[in-house]
Write a protein that binds this ligand. Structure first.
Ligand code: UDP
Ligand code: MG
Length: 321
């Protein structure tokens, strides 16, 4: 029997949330669609998450599991999930119940109306730290300004994709993945659905500052060349400033000023050195990513699957729209 809706959930040390996630998902899904599957992607958890997933899969044939050989990250887990599902539509969401399963019927309704992507927009967020709220708000607005693809603000990865959009997404093979931007890039018919983002069900965030910054820089470098262009603009500004400074120095010299010229020159050089290093660093961000693409390693490695009959879907066919 064909599967109408697949739900993909990355799981990283979420033993406290998995049972409740399963309970709420099954409750909502059974009343929403004809048939469904839940694909839980274990991203190298070190707690009992994978044992719980295997246990659920043994009891319920609609639950399937993929386990990575190590921690490859949230974004790769979405990718692996999309590679293993067969639904006519796919929902991707977090395991910690910050993305409420109860919104799925609304996403499905938009899909039935003919939309290819229904993304959940965070109208309000509960239980987040002040720091997270501020950095997220600033980041989404910065991203909106610098990118050449229109990525909706205050929108995470929680969304529904039609089979057509999911297959198109699977053809994007980049290693540094920023799912919400990549889905925006696809185009098709997309619509936002507002919701209240709940607090984490249990446990702590699995996105420490380092991972958050990496995701943010993947988002910017994947969709904008602005940081590279910044170096040219800074160069123009510094050159103009240097011309003005030179003129000022000559005038002061002619009037016999006794300013400490060596200090002025040394601090000017240090400023310039700093600007150059920042520009090289930004360049490095892009060069490193190019290197990752050229090496062409697989995006992720699977250690084990449960409940899968077909395993990984074959590569999606070329798009015909
Ligand atoms: N996650 C993952 N791999 C990671 C980090 C997180 O699969 O390396 C999963 C995590 O289990 C959760 C989702 O990604 O389902 C979002 O993580 P989290 O809720 O910790 O992020 P936050 O909501 O705090 O930004
Ligand atoms: Mg969360």
């Amino acid at each position: 029997m064909s599967v109408e809706l697949s739900v993909v959930v990355p799981v990283y040390n979420e033993e406290e949330s998995v049972p409740e996630l399963y309970r709420r998902l099954t409750e909502v899904l059974s009343g929403t669609v004809r048939s469904y599957e839940i694909v839980l992607v274990d991203d190298g958890s070190r707690d009992r998450s994978w044992a719980l997933i295997k246990d659920l899969a043994a009891r319920d044939a609609r639950v399937k599991g993929v386990s990575f050989s190590r921690n490859f990250g949230h974004q790769m887990a979405f990718t692996a999930g999309l590679d293993h599902v067969e639904g006519d539509a796919v929902v991707i969401m977090d395991a910690d119940l910050q993305d409420p399963p109860e919104l799925i019927p609304e996403l499905v309704a938009r899909w039935r109306e003919g939309y290819d992507v229904a993304y959940a927009v965070r109208a309000k967020r509960e239980g987040e730290t002040f720091f997270k709220l501020v950095t997220a708000a600033v980041f989404y607005r910065l991203l909106q300004r610098v990118t050449n693809v229109s990525i909706p603000v205050d929108t995470g990865d929680f969304r529904l994709m039609s089979r057509k959009a999911a297959d198109a997404f699977r053809r994007l093979s980049e290693h540094h993945r920023f799912t919400r931007g990549m889905v925006s890039w696809l185009g098709f018919r997309q619509i936002g659905v507002p919701y209240l983002r709940a607090a984490r069900h249990a446990g702590e965030t699995k996105y420490p500052l380092g991972k958050m910054l990496r995701l943010a820089s993947d988002g910017i470098t994947s969709f904008s060349y602005l940081p590279l262009q910044l170096a040219s603009w800074l160069g123009v500004v510094v050159c103009a400033a240097a011309v003005v400074a030179l003129a000022a120095v000559l005038i002061l010299k002619a009037t016999g000023s006794t300013l400490a010229w060596t200090w002025v020159a040394a601090s000017g050089l240090a400023l310039l050195g700093g600007i150059q290093l920042i520009a090289v660093g930004l360049l490095g961000e892009y060069v490193g990513r190019v290197f990752d693409e050229v090496r062409g390693r697989p995006l992720y490695l699977v250690q084990e699957t449960v409940g899968m009959i077909g395993g990984q879907r074959s590569a999606p066919p070329p798009i015909t729209v």
